[in-house]
Design a protein around this ligand. Structure first.
Ligand code: GLC
Length: 768
């Protein structure tokens, strides 16, 4: 008798454990292989040679909804049946479905085991809670799950997904604001990915509590619906995952500049004054923020008439200084008759409800609030259209906060309904649906202009609509390092455009920490300084003359790197590879990468390695992986695969460039609106291997690039032929750079540095 059958029948019935037992029959129709056992049904779909979906349920939802997945499965596929198994083979993968009892085991095409059900327990239910137990391989590591605390290697840790307003969270708190039920397993030199597409509260245990035998994942309800990724290489798995769930679109260029925020700048005068100070001090910046106090009594889509009496005038003045404005919006609509959004929401019945039809009321900043039901298309349209109150005066960025959704006391009752679902089933997707409504609405209103959308809560696929930030951190070194791990981990789960509150939201950072964190901010996809109400002012000039100079220098460095950064974002739009990349993406089987001393290091784009350093340390051990490296600030050369102890003064965060690295830069500008000197500086660091970089430009603000109006060329370095070349230009746009300058690093005796040449659109080649 198979063990699972034994356990199943042997359990006292009160435990209510049901294990998917033996296969009783199967059929294939319309691209779905349906397998029946006495307890459940499993459905298998193929999405591509490297992506197989398995969904197991006692009672399938006929709508089969997904907020994340945007692709369709193949219409048909072959399988082989033997007495013991049903085997599905693609060019890359084999799924062997064991019949008695039902088990799902994945292999490479060559037959190496990638991932297997735990032979004893497989998939089972306790009430509605469904869990899949899987074999834990020797030395298996796990990365992913997005915004999760803890180590880069998640082995021996357990996590819960339940989007939560988490003020005062610590480097150990779980859950936080977002849900990305996608992880990558690494063992035996092999890689696989698994995405549990289920918005219920979900659980992942990577061998935390099972005597190193079993890992498991599951959810409080719904189907055990997962996508298995079998590509070899973490980057390829990320590419597949973002093919399935979508990729970000090009962000507005201005949103990659320096962003200054605070809860709150209390008046239009204060906002303008801060913006002016940046210009006066010649510290580059692009974005000012208005937190909740710009509103009248925290009513969304209103302006405070006393403190922000003429929003358009303020925005015109900001625009004249080349600043853009981002304003916050929360989901909670204040209960107040006469307030437009409240009246309309009541009239049209747009708010989340108790089962008896009464609107749910919870407390947030405005006091008593109702919550828009973003799961309904007409509610999203209504919400999206309301942004004219912000876009008309000229706001271009929309900061979606408190959308876990947050209510004082945290727990929205489980009987509250969103769409036709109760809160527990869809809570984890609420923030994503709010971001979607905001993106769709503002994109429509703004016509050909790109909106910038930022959200705190998210679910897999949110990259299609919005950037994210990691919520209310604290001004400590531990939080700075945690923030970097969160950024690196979110990058594995398809989110490339990420920020953390530089300086820490709560508390007051020391000047040293502020300086250090700002240096790291220059190498963070979204670079935003933000602080809680009541904290000391945080702007770059609040830290003494010397520190101001260092902060300014690092912000200038950010602006120099914008051509490289914008091209790196383009890469994210094409392949899903994030801008900030844990070293585990490229060096997945190098144990040092997971060492707690080095786990925060990351690649910033293709060429730069950044090592975060606590503000109290002025030297640091850095692990340089395979390849050879140059320190960015000195061009000092290092061989890779070694730990090096380097100087790390507050003025010089350890940043390294890979040998062969190509980094297009520009001279310092005060904002992304400024033209600059028109010279694109192509920096190249000598190396033994050929390398290339896809350089991308467009107007930075519109969707014209979707019509082919962009400028793209491949920059190549060939050490054998001793040449640097630029392919002829693809796309119908002109470059904003009229001239080119090659800047060489580590090339003894080669003198090209001073040469400035015309940036013509045909092929360009220079011999070294
Ligand atoms: C939340 C946000 C924070 C914001 C504050 C006031 O705590 O996470 O960024 O400043 O609300 O709106």
């Amino acid at each position: 008798m198979p063990l699972s059958t034994f356990i199943y029948s042997g359990y006292p019935t009160g435990m209510n454990l049901e294990i998917a037992g033996n296969v009783q029959g199967f059929k294939q129709q319309d691209g779905i292989l349906t397998i029946k056992t006495a307890e459940a049904e499993a459905r298998v779909y193929i999405y591509s040679p490297t992506i197989i979906r398995v969904s197991i349920s006692k009672n399938f939802n006929p709508d089969d909804p997904s907020f994340a997945v945007i692709r369709q499965p193949l219409a048909d596929f072959d399988f082989d049946e033997s007495s013991a198994n049903i085997d599905i083979t693609t060019p890359a993968l084999k799924l062997s479905i064991q019949k008695s009892p039902l088990r799902f085991n994945f292999f490479t095409a060559a037959g190496s085991s990638l991932s297997e059900d735990d032979a004893r327990f497989g998939t089972n239910w306790q009430g509605e809670r469904v869990t899949c137990y899987r074999r834990l391989f020797e030395g298996e590591r796990f990365i992913g799950l997005g915004e999760k605390t803890g180590n880069l290697d998640r082995r021996s840790a357990a996590y819960v997904n339940w989007n939560t307003d988490a003020p005062n969270h610590t480097p150990e708190s779980d859950p936080l604001y977002k849900t990305f039920p996608f992880f990558i397993g690494l063992h035996s030199g092999l890689t696989y990915g698994l995405f549990l597409d289920n918005t219920h509260k979900s659980y992942f245990d990577f061998g935390a509590s099972t005597d190193e035998e079993t890992s498991w994942f599951g959810a409080d309800g719904g189907d055990l619906n997962y996508y298995f990724f079998g590509a070899q290489g973490v980057a390829k798995i990320i590419e597949d995952y973002t093919w399935l769930t979508g990729r970000m679109e090009m962000p507005p260029l201005w949103s990659l500049g320096y962003q200054q925020c605070r809860w709150s700048y209390m008046s239009a005068d204060e906002v303008l004054n801060i913006a002016q100070t940046f210009r006066k001090k010649q510290i580059p910046a692009d974005v000012m923020y208005c937190d909740i106090d710009y509103m009248d009594d925290f009513k969304i889509f209103t302006w405070n008439k006393k403190t922000f009496p003429k929003p358009k005038q303020m925005l015109d003045k900001l625009k004249a200084m080349d600043f853009r404005l981002v304003t916050i919006v929360d989901p909670g609509i204040k209960v107040e008759e006469g307030y437009k959004e409240y009246d309309e929401g009541i009239e049209q019945d747009y708010f989340a409800k108790y089962p008896d039809g009464e609107n749910y009321t919870g407390y947030v900043w405005p006091g008593r609030c109702h919550f828009p039901d973003f799961f309904r298309g007409e509610v999203r349209e209504w919400w999206g259209a309301a942004f004219t109150a912000l876009t008309q005066p000229g706001v271009e960025g929309f900061w979606n906060d408190m959308n876990e959704p947050a209510a004082w006391g945290q727990n929205i009752p489980w009987i509250v309904k969103f769409g036709d679902k109760f809160m527990p089933e869809v809570r984890n997707a609420y923030g994503m649906q709010m971001a979607r409504a905001t993106y769709d609405g503002t994109r429509k209103i703004m016509g050909n202009k790109r909106p910038f959308v930022l959200t705190r809560a998210a679910y897999s696929g949110t990259q299609r609509y919005s950037a994210v930030w990691t919520g209310d951190n604290t001004g400590t070194d531990a939080h700075m390092l945690l923030g970097q791990r969160l950024v690196n981990s979110l990058g594995i789960t398809g989110m490339s455009f990420i920020g953390v509150d530089i300086g820490g939201f709560s508390g007051n950072p020391t000047p040293e920490l502020m300086v250090r964190w700002n240096s790291l901010g220059a190498y963070t996809p979204m670079f935003r300084n933000h602080a809680i109400q009541g904290s000391k002012m945080r702007e770059p000039w609040e830290w003494g003359k010397n520190n101001e100079q260092t902060i300014k220098k690092d912000i200038e460095q950010r602006y120099k790197l914008l051509p490289y950064l914008y091209s790196s974002f383009y890469q994210s739009t094409q392949t899903g590879l994030p801008v900030s990349r844990t070293l585990a993406i490229e060096h997945s089987f190098d144990g040092n990468v997971f060492d707690e001393r080095f786990q925060n290091e990351f690649m910033f784009g293709d060429a730069m390695l950044v090592a975060p350093v606590e503000s109290t340390k002025l030297t640091e051990d850095v692990y340089l992986p395979r390849g050879s490296w140059y320190r960015l600030s000195s061009d000092k050369f290092y061989e890779g695969e070694q730990i090096v102890n380097v100087q790390a003064p507050l003025t010089d965060l350890p940043v390294f460039v890979k040998a062969g690295g190509i980094i297009p830069m520009q001279s310092v500008v005060q904002s992304t609106n400024e033209k600059g000197d028109g010279i694109l500086q192509v920096h190249v660091w000598n190396g033994r291997e050929a390398n290339s970089f896809i350089y991308y430009e467009d107007d930075g603000v519109s969707y014209d690039y979707e019509q082919g109006i962009y400028y793209k060329r491949v920059i190549s370095f060939n050490p054998i032929e001793k040449s640097l070349s630029l392919s002829s230009v693809e796309g119908s746009s002109k470059s904003r750079f009229m001239q080119l300058k090659f800047v060489l690093h580590g090339f003894d005796g080669v003198k090209l540095q001073e040469e400035i040449i015309e940036n013509k659109s045909g092929e360009i080649e220079v011999k070294l």
